[in-house]
Design a protein around this ligand. Structure first.
Ligand SMILES: [Zn+2]
Ligand SMILES: [Zn+2]
Length: 167
């Protein structure tokens, strides 16, 4: 969706609300395509002394497989949206990912929402921030509780134990 900003550009101090939904269901993350639901973005563009600043939120529900514990999960993903919109062409030596160039006084919301989403996604797709993962010895899912494996014995004590056993 294109957001027409011609009127806002000549009205310092004014704001323009926006709301859109973007389909990112083809976008791969960590070996799967977790963005099966529409990505909703809403917020506003504010003209601050001639600078167009966009703020808002981008949110969806992720359906993925955890990179750490290999469990399928569904959880909300919500990210802040912040962008500066400019009519100046971007210079190559200063490429700020949060600066977007306007085309014919319009902001390309699909492009901005997609970029925001990609830059905010973690490189690992996890079922939760503090996923405990799988036990390296028995493979149990540690999010469900301790697996019963004994902690790795300290090799120095193991040697001592062997000496004691010999006696
Ligand atoms: Zn997990
Ligand atoms: Zn274990």
């Amino acid at each position: 969706m294109l957001l027409e900003l011609r009127k806002l550009m000549t009205s310092p101090g004014e704001t323009l609300p926006f709301e859109t939904s973007v389909d990112l269901s083809d976008m791969p993350f960590g070996g799967c395509k977790p963005v099966t639901e529409p990505v909703l973005a809403k917020g506003q563009v504010r003209n601050t002394a001639g600078v167009l600043e966009m703020t808002g939120t981008v949110e969806t529900v992720l359906h993925g497989v955890c990179d750490r514990c290999a469990t399928a999960f569904t959880r909300p993903g919500r990210y802040p949206l912040r962008a500066v919109l400019t009519t100046e062409p971007e210079s190559d030596d200063f490429e700020d990912p949060w600066v977007f160039e306007l085309q014919n006084d319009c902001a390309d919301l699909d492009d901005i929402v997609t970029t925001t989403f990609v830059l905010n996604m973690d490189s690992k797709l996890l079922c939760s921030e503090d996923c405990k993962g799988l036990c390296s010895r028995c493979g149990a899912n540690l999010n469900l509780g301790p697996c019963g494996c004994k902690p790795e014995p300290d090799p120095r004590f193991a040697a001592l134990q062997q000496l004691l056993d010999k006696k």
